[in-house]
Design a protein around this ligand. Structure first.
Ligand SMILES: Cc1cc2nc3c(=O)[nH]c(=O)nc-3n(C[C@H](O)[C@H](O)[C@H](O)COP(=O)(O)OP(=O)(O)OC[C@H]3O[C@@H](n4cnc5c(N)ncnc54)[C@H](O)[C@@H]3O)c2cc1C
Length: 361
């Protein structure tokens, strides 16, 4: 998402680009598929048109024990599958002349002011600037010797689409269970996306998604009702392992890191896609200035991007960290729900702290 967006942005400015992507489009992806409205002005400015999406303005939150809270979302968002969203960005990039190669990058080096990008097909591409937008985790992180890659990443993500017609279109629901939480929201096809994040510790107790859904996830009465009545549309759920929320660097080996490659916000915030798209804007603007102004050197481009990234996203990531640890503790989440019920303004202010304002152009 960050890679496609920066490709669209820079191609619109007239640059020659190569986008290297591992998997052909369209494809499904483990993601909650709730997108914050903050990105809409920017997508519009890039000329990206999305197929009909589902407008979402209400959040429901439940604890493991079934305490339920509902609130209006300050800015709101929309539901769209990654299958459709990523494909729309891909089509836009192609229409602007971006050269898209379906290859896996295995290493990137920087020598004599030039990047060499090596792929598993034994191709090498040279570039003056490289943006790293390869998501949460990749073999490339090992090659670049990034700090976070050697730390423990004890989280898994699971996602599938279901038919569950009674689920309201305008709702995103976040339900807690032992060691994790799951989000429910509708996508453009009318299917309900059920996506959850769970700790290995909790998952290890059964080691199988079907059993985990029955024995752990369904202990939340709302998820129980969903799993009992919804009809799965995928042959089996998709899953990803080793999801890491460790801090990362926005610049590594002179590469401008974008989206999850620069830092992953906890999924309960529903802001990862907006951050990926926004960070693509920040990086593209720095790159454009770098090429346009001869007195704006690489060092300045890198330090400006690092600072802008930090100023724009650090608070969201930090608040997300705190909220996730509260949500996963039974005592703390009950306490928080009690406080929020008495002062509903608090939840909206917490949501605002994990989101941005509509992206200014
Ligand atoms: C369980 C879960 C639920 C979530 N729910 C939401 C939500 O509801 N709303 C929200 O806004 N965010 C959500 N997120 C976060 C969101 O999915 C990410 O923040 C977002 O996808 C980041 O986009 P990106 O472009 O950085 O990375 P990605 O979308 O992951 O794109 C990275 C791309 O790089 C490719 N790639 C990787 N390695 C290589 C390589 N070596 N060579 C070539 N290509 C490579 C991949 O194939 C992929 O297409 C969720 C995350 C999780 C884990």
């Amino acid at each position: 998402m960050a890679g496609l967006t920066s490709a669209i942005h820079l191609a619109s400015e007239g640059y020659n680009l190569i986008l290297l992507e591992r998997y052909p489009y369209p494809h499904h992806k483990v993601c909650g598929e709730y997108v914050s409205n903050e990105i809409l002005p920017y997508l519009k400015s890039l000329g990206v048109t999305l197929p009909d999406t589902v407008a979402i303005d209400t959040l429901q939150l439940s604890t493991k024990r079934g305490k339920l809270l509902q609130t209006k979302l300050p800015l709101g968002g929309f539901g769209i599958s990654r299958y459709t969203f990523d494909n729309a960005l891909y089509k836009k990039a192609l229409s602007l002349g971006v050269s898209v190669k379906f290859e896996t990058v295995k290493n990137v080096t920087f020598l004599k002011d030039t990047f060499s990008v090596y792929t598993e097909n034994e191709n090498t591409y040279s570039a003056k600037v490289t943006i790293g937008a390869y998501g949460k985790r990749s073999g490339l992180d090992k090659q670049l010797n990034r700090n976070f890659i050697n730390k423990n990443s004890p989280w898994i993500g699971v996602k599938a689409h279901y038919v569950f017609s009674e689920f309201p279109e305008n709702l995103v629901a976040l339900h807690n269970f032992e060691g994790g939480y799951g989000g429910l929201s509708k996508t453009e096809s009318g299917a309900v996306n059920f996506c959850y994040l769970a700790s290995y510790k909790s998952f290890q107790t059964v080691k199988n998604i079907e059993k985990f859904n029955l024995k752990v996830v369904a202990r939340n009465k709302f998820l129980n009702q969903f799993l009992r009545n919804a009809q799965p549309l995928f042959d089996e759920p998709m899953s990803i392992a080793q999801v890491s929320f460790e801090s990362k660097q926005a610049i590594e080996g002179h590469i401008l890191m974008c989206g999850d490659t620069a830092g992953l916000i906890h999924p309960l915030c529903g802001n990862g896609m907006a951050m990926a798209i926004h960070s693509a804007k920040l990086a593209s603007e720095r790159v454009h200035t770098f090429f346009r102004n001869s007195d704006y050197n690489r060092g300045k481009m890198e330090s400006d991007y690092r600072t802008e990234w930090k100023n724009t996203f650090s608070q969201r990531i930090q608040t997300g960290r705190v909220l996730q640890s509260i949500l996963l503790s039974t005592r703390a989440s009950n306490l928080l729900m009690g406080t929020i019920t008495k002062s509903p303004g608090l939840i909206r202010s917490l949501i605002k702290r994990t989101h941005g304002k509509p992206i200014s152009l």
